[in-house]
Design a protein around this ligand. Structure first.
Ligand SMILES: [Zn+2]
Length: 303
């Protein structure tokens, strides 16, 4: 470290300290920084794999993949501003920013950030991405509660094993079926809970010339839980099974030419892109059918 940098850091520290002392209510909580949320390999064996970098890539039209290899982040662009879906892990934020820039888009033009579900591996980077962009964060009531507090609540099937993450300001609470707009962009929220109470699937249309496709970012449908949680009889989350069933039904009826999932591997995104078989209007139907089978298996173990 050279002296100038050292001096600048020292001055920066003193300035932050002065700011914190002069306006404690406005001071940024140190808890919202990424450095306080590093999950070790022992805590999170999957994190290293999820975090392998991935080059940003056009999925279709104005829809771009800007996430890491194992955690999706989707950018939908327009001349009037962009929408970003999901923020990966806390550690994913810098690579999402770099991917957006590598596509020659400005992070500051991201006007809206939304989320699939509020676990650390999809909402962990939102605080930093919100700060970098100044975007409004919108979420379902339950997800909003979690994102604002930077952790899941007792109604989370994974309560106790899901890590906490930097809390982010959620400016807008959405309702099921809401369409959110940025300029000419419009994305619609579909509540598809079960994996978490606030789980949200997003749908929109993207075009290349006169060819348009319905794109669905389908939230995780896996019945994963902490030890001792029962989807069939949870007091904390009594509507878990009904939420799953509702979600399967919603997914099976969406216009779904291109399916994307928060973990790209779950819907074999890379294989489908490589083989040129990305478009499949039955994709959400088979996704919902597979999830329904997995839930039935899980339910059988609980009886
Ligand atoms: Zn999850």
């Amino acid at each position: 470290m050279n002296f100038t940098l050292f001096a600048r850091l020292r001055i920066g520290t003193l300035l932050s300290l002065a700011l914190a002392l002069s306006s404690p209510a406005k001071a940024q909580s140190p808890d919202s920084t990424r450095a306080n949320y590093v999950y070790s390999a022992a805590q999170c064996p999957s994190c290293a794999d999820w975090s392998v970098p991935h080059q940003p890539i056009r999925i279709f039209g104005n829809t771009w993949y800007v996430g890491t290899n194992g955690l999706s982040a989707i950018l939908i662009t327009s001349p009037e501003g962009h929408i970003l879906i999901d923020g990966g892990l806390p550690a994913s934020a810098p690579s999402i920013v770099a991917n957006i820039r590598a596509l020659n888009f400005r992070v500051e033009d991201v006007k809206l950030i939304v989320n699939s579900h509020a676990h650390y591996d999809h909402a962990g980077g939102i605080a930093e991405l919100q700060r970098a962009s100044g975007a409004e964060v919108a979420a379902s009531p339950s997800s909003g509660r979690w994102i604002r507090s930077g952790k899941s609540w007792p109604d989370d099937p994974q309560f106790g094993i899901a890590f906490s993450y930097p809390p982010a300001p959620v400016a807008r609470t959405i309702a099921d079926g809401d369409t959110l707009r940025v300029g000419s962009l419009a994305i619609t929220a579909h509540f598809t809970g079960g994996h978490t109470p606030g789980g949200t699937t997003w749908s929109w249309r993207s075009c290349e010339g006169s060819v348009c496709h319905g794109i669905v970012y389908a939230d995780s449908q896996s019945p994963i839980s902490a030890e001792g949680f029962f989807f069939t009889r949870s007091k904390e989350y009594p509507t878990a099974l009904a939420d799953f069933e509702h979600g399967f039904d919603v997914l099976a009826h969406l216009q779904c030419d291109i399916l994307i999932t928060p973990h790209p591997s779950v819907s074999r995104l890379w294989e489908r892109m490589e083989s040129g078989a990305l478009t499949d209007s039955d994709a959400c139907k088979w996704f919902a059918a597979g999830a329904r089978q997995a839930l039935a298996k899980r339910v059988a173990t609980e009886r």
